[in-house]
Ligand binder design. Structure first.
Ligand code: ADP
Ligand code: ADP
Length: 229
């Protein structure tokens, strides 16, 4: 079952006199429950693509369809609803609120969601029940990223979009984060898309979208995706 469909997606940025074509006619589909790695060098258009899929940005041309509904061309209000109900975001630098505890950071997304998960259940899932009342500054980088994943998970979205989720972490901590994402993909049936410039991460995806210069060059299927380790 197709969850997300991109058809001829273009994105242009106007920088004064200069037009930047960040995406140049991108076509793809993502099936429900897949784990997709979007791999490409810096500046190739990965973040632009993720922002369009997440409803944070609109394509200049083309269509983005989520679960049979056209997202491109939706109003600002509809986009906000779409993001709230369907998409959890994980960023390279965690983006936690520094003056809120781990539990409160997770609680932020519980407040806005239609059918949220319980904060304590989420803390248990990310293995941080003992850190509920810790502030981000009292947590290691990996723990902060787990809280960020917990926050994304708590609103119980079908889709998790992760922008270089291991980019600020050392290798073993990064692997641990990838394990969590893979587990939530399998156990909780979340569709996951990770963007990265790290080719090693490609091996853990069900499929890899190779993106270069605003185009998907190639889509590769891993018959046996590696377990992160
Ligand atoms: P990646 O995530 O692969 O590093 P991006 O999607 O961030 O690539 O960027 C793709 C291209 O679009 C780059 O040339 C970048 O400079 C340009 N770009 C991205 N966002 C903007 C913006 N808001 N305004 C102008 N140019 C942008
Ligand atoms: P890492 O090895 O990932 O860099 P740290 O050495 O920063 O991790 O932290 C190791 C452990 O100590 C973590 O479990 C973290 O929660 C705890 N910790 C780190 N800094 C503080 C702090 N300022 N107050 C309380 N606990 C802390």
């Amino acid at each position: 079952e197709v969850l997300i469909e991109g058809r001829g997606i273009w994105k242009q940025y106007q920088m004064g006199e200069v037009t930047v074509n960040a995406l140049k006619g991108v076509d793809f589909e993502v099936y429900r429950g897949e784990f997709i790695v979007v791999l490409g060098p810096s500046g190739s258009g990965k973040s632009t693509l993720l922002n369009i899929i997440g409803g944070m940005d609109s394509p200049t041309k083309g269509e983005l369809i989520y679960d049979g509904r056209a997202i491109s061309g939706a109003s600002e209000r509809e986009l906000t609803q779409y993001r709230r109900n369907n998409v959890g975001f994980v960023f390279q630098f965690y983006n936690l609120m520094p003056n809120l505890t781990a539990g409160e950071n997770i609680g932020l997304s519980v407040e806005i969601a239609n059918e949220p998960l319980e904060i304590d259940y989420v803390l248990e899932k990310i293995g941080l029940s003992e850190r509920k009342n810790h502030f981000p500054s009292q947590l290691s980088g990996g723990e902060q990223q787990r809280v960020a994943i917990g926050r994304a998970l708590a609103k119980n979205p079908d889709l998790l979009l992760c922008d270089e989720p291991t980019g600020a972490l050392d290798l073993s901590t990064g692997v641990e984060i990838l394990k969590f994402l893979r587990d939530f993909n399998r156990e909780l049936k979340k569709t996951v898309m990770i963007i990265t410039h790290n080719a090693g991460i490609g091996k853990i995806g069900d499929r890899v979208f190779y993106i270069r210069d605003g185009m998907i060059e190639k889509i590769e299927k891993n018959e046996k995706p590696l377990r992160p380790e």
